[in-house]
Design a protein around this ligand. Structure first.
Ligand code: ADP
Ligand code: ZN
Length: 761
């Protein structure tokens, strides 16, 4: 007899809560049901994770469940088990882990329509009004602008996301008669657009055939395991996924295809849809209503294949046969807020639980995956070289050549130190690049110019020799704190004053870098006034469909030159692009992060992969201040293995992942003093654990505490502590300590635990 339910709530408290089941609900609840429960003075929605006839707590002390969301099918047992294990791995509560498993609107209970607003008056009049009230009623003005920009009618949630404001200015505008409320069941045209795509079914190349065969053979065994599909850009990795998917589908089993958010375009999704018309798509730019519908179809077993971003890993699919993590090196697979899971690593766990095959695909695999795929490599080993569990070994599948017509592009580096400034300003386009652009334009071919803006960091570097100022201990660029006028290493806390001259070449004073896509656009337009130029970055791509519009125009060849950031680096397949120029190939190298080289190499290889995908040979030009830097040199040579070998050596020496696991503990508070006290206190048990191993080989290093590189966000001071753990055994040993630290999380100061952190900011 069901009398008590254990409920997981999305709270930082790592425990579940027991509630009484009211008479009318008894026998109806299932494990995985969504329920509303009282918690303190409020009510919360949680997931039933246990049902009992008995309770340790006297029934009189327990509160009852308020309601049960019967319209949502309960989460299947496989998801409950998966999230429970994941919570242990990332030191979060089961309830937080479950939070990742449900799409937005379903968390709040199913709603078929969503609140929206539309303009109640003429557009022009509204625009004038928005200008008029800009100063006095800034928030209302911003809301009106958002509605105008996003296009009326628009979902309220979109306006809030855009403006970062609360609902109250919208409500006021409704009262004043500028906006009108309505509800929308917005159907997305994303899926419709995807259906227009067409993916021809090719005869497999020998390499593709071999890869498909190995995975299919494994699928016939009880533990198919994990594969690393290392294939150069354009080698036809997607075709490999599709063929395996055909088999999995024929067996009546399900599949999850994870794609980084940024490359989850109608083009990518369309390739799957055109072969498997019944594919669900989970994507953050779909409306909540659509996502909920997609999720429900999966939960009811109406569809068994999903293509989606990170969170699609939690799709409620039973009898899963295959998980694909495409572009597995992408750091966007790591969620940056609670639960801070890494979808790449969790795919392995879910695959193991479901007896499914897992395929990681990339042209530039992460070092973590590479060492697992290389025989004899030891991912996380203790200092004495003991090997960690064999379960972590991946099988390597290689696609060394481009499939079909495309050939690998020809890549060259241009040394920007030899370029004369343009009217006293640094030149963004080298002579070499300008000449090549002129030639391609004459031939009517297309050009992509790429600027890595995410790589901009508060670091100082030298215009003369290209060196950044690095920490002598950590070999990581030091962060420039202009407020304090100091350079600080955020790994070890070393501080120094800004040197008068570059410490490497003693020629010129170190400067702060910064350059934007607009400036590039400006110089390009001035130099090539007749070319059609489009810019694509987060500033210009504000409307939902503007991204697709520009790409569509580029595909139709209405645009000659496309200038953009990360947005255009990945996965795009434009056969007519014959020249790719990278404005500053080395920008990302200056990030204060030990993975900077790896990311720089990956990005350059991906960008280069955009050229020469058609019949004509592609040309790639890297403009760089340090052509001799390892990632730049290796990317020019298209030498992944060479890069990985030297980078792994460096990681081994400095004991960074994959030779260690990083756990980052962050404390945040508006009160700097309080935050600092907390982080020093949290550091103590780890330091003690460190000391107790002295004399032997330390399996742990504690870095910091130190101010985080982003030392203050939204008025909250941030300090961090980085643990480097050198073996799985010590990781297991330390787990209780960081679980304890996780339990210290209150509102102020806030304690965040990031296991296997990919960002040091
Ligand atoms: P990747 O994902 O490895 O970068 P894609 O799967 O996008 O590569 O494939 C690149 C191009 O090659 C696509 O246009 C695809 O249709 C084509 N292609 C894939 N496999 C083959 C094949 N066996 N023969 C001919 N063309 C192929
Ligand atoms: Zn340092």
């Amino acid at each position: 007899m069901q009398r008590f339910a254990s409920v997981a709530l999305n709270l930082p408290l790592r425990r579940e809560f027991t509630y009484g089941i009211p008479q009318a609900m008894r026998g109806r609840l299932e494990l995985g049901s969504r329920v509303k429960v009282p918690f303190g003075k409020r009510t919360m929605i949680g997931v039933v994770v246990g049902l009992d006839a008995e309770s340790e707590v006297p029934a009189s002390k327990l509160k009852d469940i308020v309601s049960h969301f019967t319209e949502i099918p309960p989460l299947p047992a496989c998801i409950l088990e998966f999230t429970r294990l994941m919570a242990g791995e990332y030191a979060c509560s089961w309830g937080s882990a479950l939070e990742a498993a449900l799409p937005g609107s379903l968390k709040r209970g199913a709603s078929r329509t969503l609140p929206a607003v539309q303009l109640a008056r003429d557009e022009e009049e509204t625009r004038l009004h928005a200008d008029e009230i800009e100063e006095k009623l800034a928030k209302q003005s911003r809301c009106l602008r958002a509605v105008l920009d996003l296009g009326s009618p628009v979902l309220v949630q979109d306006v809030l996301r855009r403006t970062g404001l609360s609902r109250s200015p919208i409500d006021t505008l409704v009262k004043k008669g500028w906006l009108a409320k309505l509800r929308l069941t917005q159907e997305d045209d994303f899926l419709e657009q995807s259906r227009l795509e067409h993916a021809p079914r090719h005869d497999l190349t020998e390499a593709q055939e071999g890869a498909v065969r190995k995975v299919l053979d494994a699928l016939a065994t009880p533990h198919p395991g994990t594969f690393l599909l290392h294939g150069v850009t354009g080698s036809g990795k997607t075709e490999v996924y599709l063929r395996i998917l055909e088999e999995v589908h024929a067996l009546g089993r399900g599949a999850i295809i994870l794609v980084p958010e940024i490359s989850l375009t109608p083009q990518t999704v369309g390739r799957f849809l055109s072969r498997f018309p019944d594919v669900a798509v989970l994507h953050s730019s779909l409306t909540d209503a659509t996502r909920a519908r997609q999720w429900l179809r999966l939960a009811r077993g109406e569809v068994k294949i999903v293509v989606g971003a990170r969170s699609a890993l939690f799709a409620p699919i039973q009898d899963l046969g295959l998980i694909v993590v495409d572009e597995e090196h992408e750091q966007s697979f790591k969620q940056q807020n609670t639960p801070r899971y890494h979808a790449r690593d969790m795919a392995v766990l879910r695959g193991r639980l479901a007896h499914a095959a897992v395929i990681m695909g990339s042209a530039t695999p992460s070092l973590e995956s590479w060492v697992r795929a290389k025989r004899g490599a030891r991912p996380v080993t203790s200092a004495d070289g003991k090997e960690s569990s064999a379960k972590e070994t991946y099988q390597l599948l290689e696609l060394p050549l481009r499939a079909g017509a495309g050939r690998m592009p020809h890549i060259m580096a241009v040394d920007m130190r030899h370029e004369k400034p343009l009217r006293g300003r640094p030149r963004l386009l080298s002579h070499r690049l300008e000449n090549l652009m002129a030639e391609k334009l004459r031939l009517g071919e297309q050009i992509i110019l790429f600027l890595n803006r995410r790589g901009l960091a508060p670091v100082l570097f030298c215009n003369a020799c290209g060196e950044t100022i690095k920490c002598g201990h950590c070999d990581i660029p030091m962060t420039w704190h202009s407020g304090r006028g100091r350079l600080i290493c955020h790994y070890c806390m070393e501080e120094m004053r800004r040197p008068e001259l570059c410490p490497s070449c003693h020629v010129s004073p170190p400067v702060h870098i910064g350059s934007g896509t607009e400036k590039v656009e400006d110089q390009v337009k001035r130099r090539f006034p007749d070319a059609v130029v489009a810019r694509m970055d987060s500033d210009t791509m504000t409307k939902r469909d503007s991204y697709e519009k520009v790409l569509g125009a580029f595909r139709k060849r209405d645009i000659d030159i496309l200038i953009g950031t990360q947005m255009i680096a990945k996965g795009l397949d434009f056969p007519e692009v014959t020249l790719v120029g990278v404005i500053s190939a080395d920008i990302g190298l200056f990030l204060p992060d030990f993975r900077a080289s790896e990311r720089c190499f990956q990005l350059l290889s991906q960008v280069a992969g955009r050229a020469g995908r058609g019949e004509r040979e592609g040309l790639v030009l890297f403009q760089t201040l340090c052509p001799e830097a390892e990632p730049v040199m290796r990317a020019v040579a298209g030498d992944y293995e060479g890069f990985v070998t030297s980078e792994l050596e460096a990681r081994r020496k400095l004991r960074y992942p994959p030779y260690a696991r990083l756990i980052r503990i962050i404390v945040e508070s508006p009160d700097s003093e309080l935050a600092w006290r907390k982080i020093t206190e949290l550091a103590k048990p780890f330091r003690a654990a460190c000391r107790s191993q002295e004399g032997g080989t330390a399996d742990l290093a504690v870095l910091g505490p130190a101010p985080a590189p982003l030392a203050r966000i939204r008025g909250r001071y941030r300090f961090h502590l980085v643990l480097k753990v050198f073996s799985q055994e010590s990781f297991a040993l330390l787990r209780p300590l960081f679980l304890d630290a996780a339990d210290e999380s209150g509102r102020n100061p806030k304690v965040l635990i990031d296991v296997d952190s990919v960002s040091m900011l």
